[in-house]
Design a protein around this ligand. Structure first.
Ligand SMILES: Cc1ncc(COP(=O)(O)O)c(C=O)c1O
Length: 430
């Protein structure tokens, strides 16, 4: 497979963009080699700069639920751009999107739109500290909540891929206010609440972890988190930047029926255009400026382009109803099961973990990965070999063991069959 153009572009990029990229995990450090530069994308496929057509499971890191460039997104962008791209002033569109979010996720009584998932989590954490007047935040190792100072401690995603000492650039005093426990560890949760409950502003977690590879939650862990935060007067924040509108219309809250105080969104809420949001109970949200004293603002927040595409995307979700998620689930199960069978048949020990249309193939003999510590014991070299063999066979996977594959409605049975056939060839080459 040709990659000369991507390699030339990467050399050029490295002279003006740090590491040749604008977000670290894109640089292929987790798998070696040179990242593919993308020229265009449609449906389930991306075309790289050398003209290779690849089945895409990165899907803008989960931001796409309906494949690349669906007609309704193009139409929404055209309609909006004709009338201007930003006013820095309120629009009716923002109200419509807020109302639609509340219809899909009724626990989000009020919402604030921002420009990214990182801004959403930063805003939610500041709000929690402002409301409780407490300093400390609890998070789980391997959960990633964006490039936010207080949340980078023992983070997943690119921080895990690069094995970065994550507090470089973060003041020690900030890091000291971040407490960390292993995901799914109820006794660690109970002891940290027993010791620090009175100082805790919030417990923030991915209700389904996606940034250490996919790790489903133990229901007991989520329920205990809800009970303990209520007991000590701290807020429970679900970071649904990845899971929101993906695993169900109402995200993890709909699936697990544990209701947090605040929720963070990103990715699908903008349908592939930069957008994020945080929201939750009215009496908490009313502490934000201009009603309350906790300051948060953004020049481009609620930008009409992003809000238009978000609206178009969420309307598709509303129209499609439950059938959308049932069908995504069926296809993802077929792919995930097929991959697991083929790896096992080839004598490669893997465990595939999945919730709805997001999953990870862990290169590990363990039956189950329950937290970051277990995820880190996977064979990342074997993952890298698999990644490159799949790429040579036309499949574009996330370039790290600690990430999820994402399916969209464009990944139909034909695409899945092609992926499974490519997997068989890739395993023979490894
Ligand atoms: C769970 C979660 N939270 C927050 C973020 C940060 O979002 P963004 O990259 O839009 O700032 C991400 C990004 O992958 C994420 O997966």
């Amino acid at each position: 497979m040709r990659d000369e153009v991507s390699r030339t572009l990467f050399e050029r990029a490295c002279k003006v963009l740090v590491g040749g990229v604008n977000s670290p995990v894109r640089a292929f450090k987790g798998v070696g080699g040179t990242p593919r530069f993308i020229r265009e994308a449609k449906g389930a496929y991306v075309t790289d700069a050398d003209g290779n057509s690849l089945i895409d499971y990165v899907c803008s890191w989960g931001a796409l639920l309906f494949g690349h460039a669906p007609d309704f997104v193009r139409e929404a962008l055209d309609r909006c751009a004709e009338k201007g791209t930003s006013y820095g002033y309120p629009t009716e569109l923002e109200i419509e999107l807020a109302e639609l979010v509340r219809e899909l996720a009724p626990h989000v009584e009020m919402i604030r739109f921002v420009n990214s998932g990182s801004e959403a989590t930063a805003g939610a954490v500041r709000l929690a500290r402002g409301v409780t007047r407490r300093p400390k935040i609890l998070k789980c190792s391997g959960c990633y909540h964006g490039a936010v100072d207080s949340l980078l401690v023992t983070a997943g995603s690119g921080v895990a891929t690069l094995s970065i000492p994550e507090t470089v650039g973060v003041p020690q005093s900030v890091a000291d206010d971040t407490l960390v426990i292993p995901y799914n560890d109820v006794s660690a949760l109970e002891s940290v609440f027993a010791k620090h409950g009175a100082e805790l502003a919030a417990f923030i977690l991915e209700p389904v972890a996606g940034n250490m590879g996919l790790v489903p939650p133990d229901l007991l862990f989520l329920r205990r988190a809800r009970e303990l935060t209520t007991e000590v007067g701290a807020l429970l924040i679900f970071d649904e930047v990845m899971t929101g509108f993906r695993i169900a219309a109402g995200g993890a809250v709909e699936l697990y029926r544990v209701v947090p105080d605040l929720v963070c969104f990103g990715k699908i809420i903008g349908g592939g255009v930069p957008c994020g949001a945080f929201g939750g109970r009215r009496e908490i949200m009313q502490n934000l400026a201009p009603v309350g004293p906790v300051y948060q603002a953004g020049t481009l927040a609620g930008n009409p382009l992003a809000v238009s595409v978000g609206l178009a995307t969420l309307r598709e979700i509303l129209c499609a109803g439950r059938a959308l998620y049932q069908e995504l689930d069926r296809r993802a199960a077929r792919l995930a099961d097929g991959l697991e069978e083929r790896c096992r048949a080839a004598g490669v020990p893997v465990t595939v973990q999945r919730v709805g249309s997001m999953f990870t193939v862990f290169f590990s003999p363990s039956k189950c990965i329950r937290n970051y510590e277990e995820a880190r014991s996977c064979d990342t070299q074997r993952f890298a070999a698999f990644f490159h063999a799949m790429l040579r066979n036309g499949i574009h996977l996330p370039p790290s063991q600690f990430e999820c594959w994402f399916l969209t409605t464009a990944h139909d049975d034909v695409v899945i069959e092609r992926t499974l056939a490519a997997c068989e060839r890739a395993l023979r080459e490894m």
